[in-house]
Structures are given as structure tokens and as C-alpha cells.
Design a protein around this ligand. Structure first.
Ligand code: PEP
Ligand code: MG
Length: 600
């Protein structure tokens, strides 16, 4: 496909605006904005109406215009003081809504051609666009854009807000959306989507995690993003700093283009050594693995130097479909991953749906708190048919390599016993069917619910390994919705309670002699490594993009002394205290990294 290169000339008339958000995935991209919520508006059908239906149709058009006007006025009213330039553009749009050439002509077209309002609007806008474009005056020419924005808003009201559908985008753009679900994000085609910006969402949301796996910059929680950014606006997305720059000046563009080059160069340097093992300066080796959402991502894990798959989030094989996959479909996917990884471990986590990963074809009752509802292992134990299908597929794939199974969201011993019984039943049923399988695999649990931390000694008796999921552990123990930008600033793995919990679980694992892994995003931040070394993790797993930098940081650190450092960390009572101690002690080592250094 021939994809047009985005035009990234600054717009001389526009004023640069910086929008702050949450860095969901590092890196910088510069290009044209594409508002995904507006998708679907381009495809308009024509239908003819009887004379007696015309009055109703004209009323429908007027209602859509009125709604557009109310929406614009609400936006203007809620705009901060310093967005006056944007406000005046929107005020022009309010006037344009009732412009004779648009409003009256659309109504005349419904009447004269006896067509539906959408078609009439499309016809009128098409003619207006052609007229504006033919003008010599640049100012007037640019008004064509305003007409488009205005008609787009009316059209959306006529057709009803379209669903997010990003599969049909055929140009290179940066997505701007009110929200993207993990299912939406998993449809992103890398050759078209450079990055994305959303009004909602937090750093630990699954949408952010997908962006990091796809290695595209993303900024979430940009409160007025979709109101201020228009289709085709030039924007800079700085996923490292969590910032979006709308209508950048020439100077800003040049500065960010340079930073973009530095980021790519830095990643290239870090990635060059990524195949080397992660051995500390005093000779202790940690296994660094990759988290994947889809089988195709194994390549990215290997390219980035991952030594296995520490977390395969299998639920994404369920979300992009109309119904649950069959056992054979799942088996083929798992077999592919296992075979590509050869002798390296592949940790297949059983279905962790619901919470922020609902499956469209599964009707769910309205839940006040989806994250506390029928999620993960609870769902699987309630749906033994679905669970069995997956367990059989995993056991069959285990014939072909080094598979481990991981149960999510375990909160007590009963669940793990039931899950293991389901696994045995699945093995028995394969026996009966005469299908080859391998039951001789390690069975571990995610430690991501506070009760599992408290019961770690009992759970260790039933588990071959623990994998700490800090994303949910933080969500559930600090009571912070991981997808909610309002509380995103409190979501921090350096909270003293989280550090203590991780240490407590690692200590129990040590006493019970089972390996301790971490697959939550805490493991992906190089700055956390001095603490994790002191705690003593056996394996860290993360989005593939972070593997090279984490390995590099491990190579710069020593385990000797990290226990004493941890003892000091454990005395801290606040996130700030922990961060300061980390900075003061390791500034020299951190300063070699881009994540520490590259402030704009
Ligand atoms: C976690 O909760 O830390 C984890 C790794 O699982 P997920 O992000 O898929 O919930
Ligand atoms: Mg989790």
C-alpha cells in the first residue's frame, strides 16, 4: 500500500499548545491527528423519502444541528482561560452551523431531492469544499477545513456516534480518541498508526501496555485532547514525558525531531547488546523475559534479547473475534509460540478477561466495579467449558517445548486447588481422547491480590512458582483504578507498601524454595532495579521494548550492597523518600540512560 508521508510543516497561523497527560509508552512521533471517534461518518448512504416524510427529516437535521451547537457551546464554556484562540475558532464554528450556504442549502436539498439528511449534508458540503478550494485567497481556502469540522459534527449526530473502528484507516496518522479499549488498541496496524493520544486511561492500563509492546509512543489521560485536537492537526506525541504538543512552532518541531533521532539512536545502542545475558557486575545472572499479548509478538521478544516468555496474556486471542476460539485454534497459536521459543520457557497465563478487558461477544451484567467482579480465574472456574478448552490446548502445546502455566488473580488456596483440578481433568479428557499432551509442567500463580501476599506461605505449598503482577497488586492494595487518570499520580510501584509486599512474597518464596518472578510493569523500569536486586528476584518479565534497557541496567549494578540499600529503602515512609534515596544513591548509573536524561 502506498501511504502518503504526513505533512509536518508547522501551521504559521496556529498557536502552539502543550497538553499534559500520562506517558503510556515512550518515544516520540510527529504527524497528523486522526480522531477515531469520527470514523464511520464518511460512509453515507442515500435513500429516497416520500413527500409526507420530508418534514420529519428536516426536523431530524435541525435537531442534529442544535445538538452540534450545544456541544460546541459546552466545550467553549469549559475551556481554560488560556485557550482563547481555540475558543474563537469554535465560536466561528457555531456561527457556521447556521450559515445559509450550509444549513439552508442542506434543508433545501432534502426538500428538493427528497433524500435523507445525511445525504443532503454530504452533497452540500462536497460543493462547498470545491468552491472554497477554487478560491485564490488562502484565508478563504482554509475555511474549507472549518466547514468540514462543522459538518462532521452534524453528521455524527445524525448517524449516532460511531464505534471506534481503526482497521480501515489507510493513511499514516496519530490516533486521538476519547478512550481506546485494549481491544481497539490491539487492532492497531503499525504501518499506519504512529502513536496515540487518549483523553482517558492511565499508565498501567492494558491499553498502555499494548502501546509499549507495539513500540509506539502513547500519551493517555490528556483531559481535553479530543476537544482541542482536530482531524489533520499537526501534533507531537512525547510518550516519554507524557506530553502532546498541538500546532508546534518551527522551533519546537526541530527540537522534537532532534529528540526523536536521539531516542532512536539510543535505542539502537541499547538494543545492540540486548542478546548478551543480564549479569550484574559481581556475577549474578537474572533472566529477563518478555510479556506478549499476541503470538506474533514473540519475534519482538527475541529481537529485543528476551530469554523466554514470562507472561503470555492469552485473553487477547479472545477479544478480536466474534466467538470463543476453538481448542484447535488455541493449540495452533500456543504451539507456534512454543516452537519459536525452542527450549526457552513460555509462561502461558490462563484467560484473564473482564476488568478492563471485557470481551465484546460475552454479555456482562452491569457491574459497579468490573475490576472486582467476575474476572480472570473466577470467570474460568464459573465457565468450566471455556476453561477446559484452553487448558487442553495448553497441555497439548506443552508437548512441543518448555511450557509453564500461570493462573491469574488467585486470592486464596481454594482457587488454586480448583484450577489445578480443572487442569487434571483436562489432562484426563485428553487421555480418553487419545490426544498427546504433557502434564509435566510447572504450575504457578500470579501474586496480584493483597490476600495472596498474606497467604503466600500457604499458596507456596500448592505452586511451583510465583509471578508478582504489580499492576494489579498496586490497583488492589492501594485502591487505585489502574485505568483512571484522575488517580494516576498515586499509582506508583515505589509506594512503601508495595515494596514491602514484594519483599514479603520473595522472602516466602525463598523459604519455600520456589522461584520468584515479576511480570508486572514494575519490572520494566530500569530505575526500580536496585530495589528488585536487593529483594532478590529470579526472573523479570516485561514489554519487549523495555528488555534491552533493563538488561543494560542490570549489567551496570552490583548485588553486593543491594541488601543494605534495600534496608534503607524499607525505612522510607513515602514514595518521595524512596525516589530521593534511589536518585541520590544511583544518579551516576541512571544518568547514562535516556529515560533519566532526556528532558526537553
Ligand atoms: C499485573 O497485574 O501486574 C499483570 C502482569 O497482569 P495484567 O497487567 O495483565 O493484569
Ligand atoms: Mg494482572
Amino acid at each position: 500500500m502506498n501511504l502518503a508521508k504526513p505533512n509536518i510543516e508547522p501551521n504559521p497561523g496556529a498557536r502552539e499548545i502543550i497538553l499534559e497527560g500520562i506517558g503510556g509508552s515512550p518515544g516520540i512521533c510527529i504527524g497528523k491527528a486522526y480522531l477515531v471517534d469520527k470514523e464511520g461518518v464518511d460512509i453515507v448512504e442515500r435513500y429516497y423519502l416520500g413527500k409526507n416524510e420530508l418534514a420529519k427529516e428536516k426536523k431530524r437535521f435541525k435537531t442534529a444541528v442544535k445538538k452540534a451547537k450545544d456541544e460546541l457551546q459546552a466545550i467553549i464554556e469549559n475551556m481554560p482561560e488560556d485557550f482563547q484562540d481555540q475558543a474563537s475558532i469554535l465560536e466561528t464554528h457555531v456561527v457556521l452551523l447556521k450559515d445559509k450556504m450550509l444549513y439552508n442549502r442542506a434543508i433545501d436539498t432534502i426538500e428538493r431531492d427528497q433524500v435523507n439528511a445525511e445525504w443532503a449534508l454530504k452533497m452540500v458540503v462536497g460543493r462547498l469544499k470545491a468552491m472554497f478550494r477554487g478560491m485564490d485567497d488562502t484565508y478563504l481556502k482554509e475555511r474549507a477545513e472549518d466547514v468540514l469540522h462543522v459538518s462532521d459534527r452534524i453528521m455524527r449526530n445524525l448517524v449516532g456516534a460511531g464505534n471506534v473502528d481503526i482497521r480501515h484507516i489507510n493513511k499514516r496518522v496519530i490516533l486521538v480518541a476519547n478512550d481506546l479499549s485494549p481491544a481497539d488498541a490491539s487492532q492497531i496496524q503499525l504501518e499506519r498508526i504512529m502513536g496515540f493520544v487518549t483523553d482517558r486511561g492511565g499508565k498501567a492500563s492494558h491499553t498502555s501496555i499494548i502501546a509499549r509492546t507495539l513500540e509506539i509512543p502513547a500519551v493517555l489521560g490528556v483531559t481535553h485532547g479530543t476537544k482541542l485536537i482536530q482531524n489533520d492537526d499537526i501534533i507531537i506525541v512525547d510518550g516519554t514525558q507524557g506530553r502532546v504538543i498541538l500546532s508546534p512552532t518551527e522551533e519546537t518541531l526541530v527540537a522534537y525531531q532532534e529528540r526523536q533521532v536521539r531516542f532512536v539512536q539510543y535505542r539502537a545502542v541499547v538494543t545492540r547488546d540486548s542478546a548478551l545475558p543480564a549479569i550484574t557486575r559481581d556475577g549474578v545472572q537474572l533472566r529477563v523475559m518478555g510479556n506478549i499479548e499476541l503470538p506474533e509478538e514473540v519475534v519482538s521478544v527475541l529481537d529485543n534479547g528476551g530469554e523466554g516468555i514470562g507472561l503470555y496474556r492469552t485473553e487477547f486471542d479472545y477479544v478480536r473475534r466474534r466467538q470463543h476460539p476453538t481448542e484447535d485454534e488455541l493449540f495452533e497459536k500456543y504451539q507456534d509460540v512454543v516452537e519459536v521459543m525452542g527450549t526457552r520457557p513460555v509462561t502461558i497465563r490462563t484467560l484473564d478477561i473482564n476488568g478492563d478487558k471485557a470481551i465484546g461477544y460475552e454479555s456482562q451484567p452491569d457491574q459497579a466495579n468490573p475490576a472486582l467482579s467476575l474476572r480472570a480465574i473466577r470467570y474460568c472456574l464459573k465457565r468450566p467449558d471455556i476453561f477446559r478448552t484452553q487448558l487442553r490446548a495448553i497441555l497439548r502445546a506443552a508437548v512441543y517445548g518448555n511450557v509453564r502455566i500461570l493462573f491469574p488473580m488467585i486470592s486464596g488456596c481454594k482457587e488454586i486447588r480448583e484450577a489445578k483440578m480443572s487442569l487434571d481433568n483436562a489432562a484426563e479428557s485428553l487421555d480418553k481422547d487419545g490426544i498427546p499432551y504433557n502434564r509435566d509442567i510447572d504450575v504457578g500463580i500470579m501474586i496480584e491480590v493483597p490476600s495472596a501476599v498474606i497467604l503466600a506461605d500457604q499458596l507456596a505449598e500448592e505452586s511451583d512458582f510465583f509471578s508478582i503482577g504489580t499492576n494489579d497488586l498496586i490497583q488492589y492494595s492501594l485502591a487505585i483504578d489502574r485505568t483512571d487518570q484522575e488517580v494516576a499520580q498515586y499509582f506508583n510501584p515505589l509506594h512503601p507498601a508495595i515494596i514491602r509486599m514484594v519483599k514479603q512474597v520473595a522472602d516466602v518464596a525463598g523459604e519455600k524454595q520456589i522461584p520468584i518472578f515479576m511480570c508486572g510493569e514494575m519490572a520494566a523500569e530500569p530505575v526500580h532495579l536496585p530495589i528488585l536486586l536487593g529483594i532478590g528476584m529470579d526472573e523479570l518479565s516485561m514489554n519487549p521494548q523495555s528488555i534491552p534497557e533493563v538488561k543494560r541496567m542490570i549489567r551496570s549494578l552490583k548485588v553486593a550492597g543491594s541488601k543494605d540499600f534495600l534496608a534503607e529503602i524499607l525505612k522510607q515512609s513515602t514514595v518521595d523518600g524512596v525516589s530521593r534515596l534511589l536518585e541520590d544513591t544511583y544518579a551516576g548509573i541512571f544518568s547514562e540512560s535516556l529515560f533519566w536524561n532526556d528532558q526537553p
